[in-house]
Design a protein around this ligand. Structure first.
Ligand SMILES: [Zn+2]
Length: 178
């Protein structure tokens, strides 16, 4: 992994796939390209088997993965710098570079963070739904904020493209504020 702080780095190049070796790379990092509808199929199967707990599992998995992979400066201590917007925005650009939608952070106040995701492949692949479906993005937001603050975070999806909204919008707050 690149050891420079995320804030000092140039935007990455696109993913380059090599059919002969069966590998895809994003800079030097190995990635794999999955069609969004595969994840949607997994999600729908989890929800039909487990009900709401299926969405909860996706949330937990994404939360853990985001907390482990968000890039922070060397020696960073959770909670020592409030909620650094530049780290959030670098994490958002990473999502965009991977084709996971355009993330924009709004207001950050009192530990509460609002963000939107445009062109969110999870919502678009899911199709119409009665409730918001982007559990992976809820977990992503909660995981990053947990890593940055040391607090457990809860993240709800206030509006979702799958329920007819124009963009997916998320509100993350420390679990102690619920
Ligand atoms: Zn959504």
């Amino acid at each position: 992994m690149d050891s420079r702080p995320a804030t000092e780095r140039q935007p990455r190049l696109s993913v380059v796939a090599n059919e002969e070796t069966g590998t895809a790379k994003w800079d030097s990092e190995r990635v794999m390209i999955l069609p969004p509808d595969l994840l949607t199929a997994i999600q729908k199967q989890l929800e039909s088997t487990l009900g709401a707990a299926g969405g909860g599992l996706l949330f937990i998995a994404a939360e853990r993965q985001a907390a482990e992979t968000v890039e922070v400066p060397r020696g960073f201590r959770p909670g020592s710098a409030g909620i650094p917007r530049e780290i959030l925005e670098a994490a958002g650009r990473r999502q965009g570079s991977l084709g996971l939608g355009r993330v924009r952070f709004g207001e950050i106040a009192g530990g509460v963070v609002v963000f939107t995701v445009e062109n969110n492949p999870f919502a678009l692949a899911h199709g119409p739904a009665a409730k918001p479906v982007c559990h992976l993005y809820r977990g992503w937001g909660a995981g990053i904020l947990h890593r940055l603050t040391g607090d457990e975070y809860y993240c709800e999806e206030a509006e979702c493209v799958a329920t007819g909204a124009s963009t997916c919008r998320f509100v993350a707050r420390p679990a102690r504020m619920r």
